[in-house]
Design a protein around this ligand. Structure first.
Ligand code: ZN
Length: 113
């Protein structure tokens, strides 16, 4: 008999148990496989959504740069500069936050494996 950790509550459970005594999760082989693969899908999805946001953030910064150096200002030039700077800073911050989130998640997933 071996001791495994429950995929749901991380408590220690005998591998012979059909159900986790701590959280009542079903521990048959099939349900364990399902839990694992749905976890994997969730991980891929959350990383993909952050990657998409990273792209949006970059795009926002680039749009800000283009707007800032536009030769022919639309409307009030000073207002345009403020908006452009805001977009650049916001985009870069958003980008950084997303990079940190991806690094954090990747590290967390590696540790869990
Ligand atoms: Zn459990």
């Amino acid at each position: 008999m071996a001791i495994i950790s429950c995929p749901s509550c991380s408590e220690q459970v005998s591998d012979k148990a059909k159900q986790c005594p701590h959280c009542d999760l079903s521990l048959t082989e099939q349900s364990l496989e399902q839990t694992e693969s749905s976890k994997r899908v969730e991980r891929i999805k959350s990383i993909q959504s952050i990657q998409f946001q990273t792209m949006l953030a970059l795009f926002l910064s680039i749009a800000g740069f283009i707007f800032y150096y536009l030769d022919d200002p639309i409307g009030d030039p000073q207002m345009q500069q403020w908006v452009a700077m805001g977009a650049i800073i916001l985009g870069l911050m958003w980008y950084l936050i997303n990079r940190i989130r991806i690094a954090y998640l990747t590290k967390k997933y590696k540790n869990e494996r």
